[in-house]
Design a protein around this ligand. Structure first.
Ligand code: GDP
Ligand code: MG
Length: 437
């Protein structure tokens, strides 16, 4: 799916001006890609309508970067589709007991997720109690117990001879006695949706006051996950969804429809089998991931926010004229440092920008670079060619570093100068920067 989006977007970006027809063709391709990825027709239609309405207006067509604008709109609407904002699991104040019931098909990841959640709540200072209500498989109780031990949280179990609703009831008094303030009920799943499973969940809800019913669905099952969510929501009523196994090669097609179909938010995503592999769900990040854009949009925004446009235009002009000296290099390092975490972000970018770690400064490294450059004479700074071994030696002494480090800096400076010439778009201001990708 991401590959397809990448292609569609590449075409859009390569055009200077866009006609309404260009946009329509691109959106048709987006539509096909989503349908092929098993996103439900109703959702796709709604989505495409929303994007079209915004994208074919004259504002977009006449903008300097229509291709980018369309991509941005697709990204934003996709974010909206998934609920725009991160939803937290609502917990009552710690002097009351919050009851959370987990539901889902067999193998979806309920038992694992119960333990993962317990860890999150514990971090927040709550005292969770896990309740073993899967009475059909003795191994299920063992599995819960083993995971609970790893998280150092208690399990309440009454073996396999009691009804789930009675176990849940007994667990409540146990929690009250032991000062547990979050009760998480692990339930049994079936391979397919059936009445008995639903009745059991409804029974638990009748026996104890469940505050949050959380459905666990396996992202790898694609559109089935959405059907399951819809079914559970109709029959039992759910408050939110946890999407597991997103660490597989699924690109999150299921994530797209769940909110639109059930109107219930995705709360967390499971990113692996380890108990720490549970992440809060960010609709905007998921959209970027589905679009195969890494965190490119964040990068654009961050770069815009922290780049001093005038300064970078100046720098760019200098680099073109090749009188880029050490003072400019230092300024460039400082700007990049201001952008913060850029190394991480560049790694997320599609198309593999080949920037070596060396060229990306951290605070400490920047201080040393400053020391070396400040030990040069103004003349040396503007004419790097002057730097012969004896001058380098003097500079090293002045900065209190090894001569090897001066050499390394000179080399990096040369590399940066070369790199800048190759892709002025990255450093360029305004329009240029956007056209860079
Ligand atoms: P349950 O039947 O719903 O209780 O499912 P389990 O919690 O027993 O999980 C079924 C299998 O899925 C186990 O092997 C888990 O380790 C695995 N699993 C659960 N969540 C994730 C996840 O987010 N990523 C991956 N890769 N595996 C998961
Ligand atoms: Mg289980």
């Amino acid at each position: 799916l991401s590959d397809k989006f990448q292609n569609i977007f590449k075409n859009l970006r390569s055009k200077g001006r866009l006609t309404e027809e260009d946009v329509k063709v691109a959106l048709k391709e987006v539509k096909m890609a989503l349908l092929e990825a098993d996103v439900s027709f109703k959702v796709v239609k709604k989505f495409i309508n929303a994007v079209t309405e915004r994208a074919v207006g004259s504002d977009v067509m006449n903008s300097l970067t229509p291709g980018q604008m369309v991509i941005k709109i697709v990204n934003e609407e996709m974010t909206n589709l998934m609920g725009s904002e991160t939803t937290e699991i609502k917990l009552k104040p710690s002097n009351e007991i919050t009851v959370i019931m987990m539901a889902g098909l067999q193998g979806a990841g309920k038992t694992t997720t119960v333990a993962k959640l317990a860890g999150k709540f514990k971090q927040k200072g709550y005292k969770p109690l896990l309740v073993a209500c899967d009475i059909y498989r003795p191994a299920a109780i063992d599995q819960l117990t083993i995971n609970a031990e790893k998280q150092d949280v208690p399990v309440f179990s009454m073996g396999t001879d009691n009804k789930p609703k009675d176990i849940a009831k007994a667990a409540m008094s146990h929690a009250a006695k032991n000062d547990n303030n979050v009760v998480i009920i692990d339930t049994a799943g079936r391979l397919h949706i059936d009445e008995e499973m639903m009745d059991e969940l409804i029974g638990i809800k009748e026996a104890v006051e469940v505050d949050q019913t959380i459905l666990v669905v396996d992202a790898m099952t694609g559109q089935d996950a959405v059907n399951v969510a819809s079914n559970f929501n109709d029959k039992v009523g759910i408050d939110g969804v946890i999407l597991t196994k997103l660490d597989g090669d699924t690109r999150g097609g299921a994530a797209l429809s769940i909110k639109a179909v059930t109107d219930k938010p995705i709360l967390y995503v499971g990113m692996g089998e380890k108990l720490s592999d549970l992440e809060q769900f960010y609709p905007d990040r998921m959209a970027s991931r589905i679009l195969g854009m890494g965190d490119v949009l964040t990068l654009i925004e961050k770069a815009e926010a922290s780049f001093d446009l005038e300064k970078s235009k100046d720098l760019e002009a200098k680099m073109k004229k090749a009188d880029f000296g050490f003072d400019d290099y230092l300024e460039y390092m400082q700007q990049i440092n201001n952008m913060g975490g850029i190394a991480e972000m560049l790694k997320l970018m599609p198309g593999n920008m080949n920037i070596s770690e060396d060229q990306l400064p951290d605070e400490k490294k920047l201080k040393r670079v400053e020391a070396i450059i400040y030990s040069m004479t103004p003349e040396e700074r503007s004419k790097p060619a002057l730097l012969n071994p004896s001058r380098k030696n003097r500079i090293a002494k002045g900065a209190g570093v090894d001569i090897a480090e001066v050499n390394r800096l000179v080399k990096q400076f040369e590399q940066a100068r070369k790199m800048m010439k190759q892709m002025p778009g990255l450093m360029g201001g305004g329009k240029k920067k956007r056209r860079g990708f």
